[in-house]
Unconditional design. Structure first.
Lengths: 105, 654
């Protein structure tokens, strides 16, 4: 029974899709900047998972190398993003994303 | 030696720049001497180029010197380049030559004027512009000079601008010329659109490949420009008013050089006129003939010493256009040169008279001046006999050449043009004699000004009030002869006016100096005169008789006082043409301009402002999209992704 449950690449793709959906819904409905930021990270990682899956399936290392790039860029992005969020929350500990809406038209 | 072409305009340019910076410092008379020296140096440079050109074989007598590329835009390439050929060098010779003499004269005439240096700044700028006009190797450069001389004319006509009338006269000259310039500009545009070049030599080569309609249109539009600049009917009205400027200006710009630019242009583009339909030269000839006659009749009844000469200039320019129209380009240039001599002489003589009698311009308050101003009188008489066409003075030869060409031109039209020219010659002799008798002969009337003071109507008609020259106004005693600096140019010009006819004597082929000199420029399109010698002599005799008849008639009327003078009101008012134009412009004209201004303010500006209003309204509505909330942007992105995905997924066909 268990043996019949072979983990095919489709599983990984479904997982990636689920993670991406959770991330995007989280981004849309939450107001806490830190949580929204984590949701963005979740979406990013969902995509890297998809990349790895396809790289494995198609036996093409190009997908794997893209993942390395994404990791590096994500690290840099986290530094900047977290710095902004920490600065914001230090000033107003209960700030939500809607409070930083000065750039309206 | 031909490489010195660039020096010809460069020297007046240097003079202009130096005077602009150091003019006030040099003051009087230093500024005048510097300007004169620069003009004279330019004359020397022209002579050098002239001899260089003379040294070439006849068919090689054109030299193009490109200084730099001026306007390189797409297919349009305009160079600053000078074309030295017999025509342009002939023009440059008398522009710089006569111009230098007038510079010298102006040192004396402008004596005591507070703006003495400024006057010479403008004079040198004028010489520069005129030289660019004649030497330019393309239509655009000629147009630059054309506008330059127009601007200088405006500056100098309204030189004593504190007097409202002078300022108005300057504006009138400028605005009237604008109509002509419009034609010139359209001609340039058309030439470029059709032939792809504005260079004269390339353009002339290209005319063969163009439709006759196009070439005709270019020629006709250039003629519109020439009509404005050379004060022909219907655009002549600015020239009499332009006499408000200082007299050296009238002599230099409004008699000798600038106003002949139209004739020069027509001669320059003679291949275009020849390649087009025949009606353009016919229109030119008739415009010239009618202008000559009409202006001459107006001159009969003018009382202002300079107005007579102004209408006389218009009339003589008419002769030149008549010559151009019948294809006698050499005769036109010949008359242009001799006219530059004797009309500059007459104007400078008139200036000397005005100077001597204390800024009086009304000939009815002169008379008997030959005793007081012997040199001026003697030189003026040379100019008078020359313009009247008395042999062997220069005017006789050139006018006879034009009349002969008119006679020899094909068809009955030629005979009619000749008759008009002959009548004009008679009238010319009459009004010039009248002027000489009124100014230099008879009893002196300069003391009893009150009795002959013009009535109000006459004052409006002709006589401009004496200009407010601060230099030598005020109470004046006896008339006096002008200083040597003014009489020297008179003597030189009188000598030139006397012997100028030697440029192109009709006796043998060898003596057609000017004709052979201009051959490379106009040769192919020049009218061939096929008239028996007896006819030629007969025509000359008739012309001389007409001149003598005119002089005799004037003698009876104005010297012997046997016959009452006939000076109809209509002629004194110049056929009311000027008034009619003014009334038209002030009445329906102003209303039209107001309507155009309304159209511009409401329809044209309305369209532009309307677009702005629409954009601003759209922006006002769209700005609410930019809420500043990250979530709404994120929702926008998500929606966009769904839409794009949906689009691509539905397009996939299995």
């Amino acid at each position: 029974m268990i043996a019949a449950l072979e983990v095919t690449p489709a599983w990984y793709l479904v997982l990636g899709a689920l993670l991406f959906s959770i991330g995007s819904f989280g981004l849309l409905i939450r107001r806490n900047p830190l949580v929204m930021f984590m949701c963005v990270e979740l979406m990013l990682n969902a995509v890297t998972l998809t990349f790895v899956t396809f790289a494995h399936t198609l036996e093409d290392t190009a997908g794997q190398s893209v993942v390395v790039f994404v990791l590096v860029v994500a690290a840099a992005e986290v530094v900047v993003g977290l710095a902004i969020i920490v600065a914001l929350l230090r000033k107003r500990p209960d700030a939500t994303a809607d409070d930083v809406a000065l750039l309206e038209g | 030696m031909l490489d010195a072409v660039w020096l010809i305009p460069a020297l007046p340019l240097a003079g202009f720049l130096l005077l602009l910076v150091f003019g006030r410092l040099l003051g009087e008379p230093g500024a005048g001497w510097l300007a004169t020296a620069m003009s004279a140096a330019s004359f020397v440079a022209t002579v050098v180029v002239f001899f260089g050109l003379l040294g070439e074989a006849e068919e090689d007598r054109h030299f193009v010197q490109i200084l730099f590329e001026w306007i390189p835009v797409g297919d349009l390439r305009v160079d600053v380049g000078f074309l030295a050929d017999p025509l342009s060098i002939t023009m440059a010779l008398f522009v710089t030559g006569v111009g230098s003499l007038i510079h010298l004269y102006a040192i004396g005439y402008m004596h005591g004027d507070p703006d003495f240096p400024k006057f010479f700044v403008y004079l040198n700028l004028f010489i520069l512009s005129m030289l660019i006009l004649v030497l330019g190797n393309n239509l655009v450069l000629t147009f630059l000079g054309w506008e330059g001389v127009g601007a200088c004319s405006y500056f100098l006509v309204s030189f004593w601008f504190t007097d409202e009338a002078n300022a108005a006269a300057g504006k009138k000259a400028f605005i009237t010329n604008r109509i002509g310039d419009w034609g010139f500009m359209l001609a340039i545009f058309l030439a470029f659109a059709a032939a792809g070049t504005v260079d004269y030599l390339e353009l002339f080569e290209a005319t063969e490949g163009l439709a006759a309609v196009t070439v005709t249109a270019i020629g006709a539009l250039l003629f519109v420009g020439a009509v404005g600049k050379s004060a022909q009917i219907p655009l002549y009205i600015w020239l009499p008013d332009a006499m408000a400027g200082p007299t050296p200006v009238s002599a230099l710009i409004h008699a000798a050089t600038m106003v002949t630019a139209g004739v020069f242009l027509m001669t320059r583009v003679n291949p275009i006129l020849a390649a087009g339909y025949d009606w353009v030269p016919d229109v030119i000839a008739w415009t010239g003939a009618i202008t000559a006659l009409v202006a001459a009749t107006i001159a009969i009844a003018q009382n202002d010493i300079k107005k007579v000469l102004a209408y006389s200039t218009i009339s003589q320019l008419g002769y030149m256009f008549l010559a151009v129209g019948v294809g006698a380009y050499v005769a036109a240039i010949f008359h242009m040169v001799t006219h530059a001599f004797f009309k500059a002489l007459l104007f400078l003589g008139a200036g000397s008279v005005i100077h001597g009698v204390g800024d009086e311009q009304d000939m009815r308050r002169m008379g008997g001046l030959r005793k007081y101003m012997p040199i001026t009188a003697a030189t003026f008489i040379v100019g008078w006999l020359s313009i009247a066409g008395v042999p062997p003075l220069s005017g006789f030869w050139s006018k006879d050449e034009i009349l002969l060409s008119a006679w020899a031109s094909p068809g009955a039209q030629g005979k009619v043009l000749w008759a008009i020219g002959l009548v004009t010659a008679l009238i010319t002799a009459y009004y010039m004699s009248r002027q000489v008798y009124l100014v230099f002969f008879g009893e002196s009337r300069w003391a009893d000004g009150e009795e002959t003071a013009p009535t109000e109507a006459e004052a409006e008609a002709g006589a401009e009030p004496a200009h407010a020259n601060p230099g030598h106004g005020g109470v004046h005693g006896e008339p006096h002869e002008s200083p040597w600096i003014m009489t020297l140019p008179l003597v030189v010009l009188a000598a030139l006016a006397f012997v100028g006819g030697g440029l192109n004597l009709p006796f043998t082929e060898d003596m057609h100096f000017l004709q052979r000199w201009l051959e490379p420029v106009v040769g192919e399109n020049e009218l061939h005169i096929d008239v028996a010698t007896a006819t030629k002599v007969g025509l000359a005799v008739v012309a001389v008789l007409a001149a003598l008849l005119g002089i005799a008639a004037a003698t009876l009327v104005y010297l012997r006082r046997r016959v009452r003078a006939v000076e109809p009101e209509l002629l004194a008012h110049a056929y009311h043409y000027d008034e009619a134009v003014s009334a038209f412009v002030a009445g329906p004209g102003t209303r039209t301009f107001d309507a155009v201004a309304w159209f511009d303010a409401h329809i044209v500006d309305g369209a532009v402002n309307g677009v702005a209003h629409v954009v601003a309204g759209a922006g006002r509505r769209l700005r609410s999209v930019q809420s500043g909330f990250v979530r709404s942007y994120a929702l926008g992105v998500a929606t966009g992704v769904v839409v794009v995905l949906g689009y691509f997924l539905t397009r996939i066909t299995f």
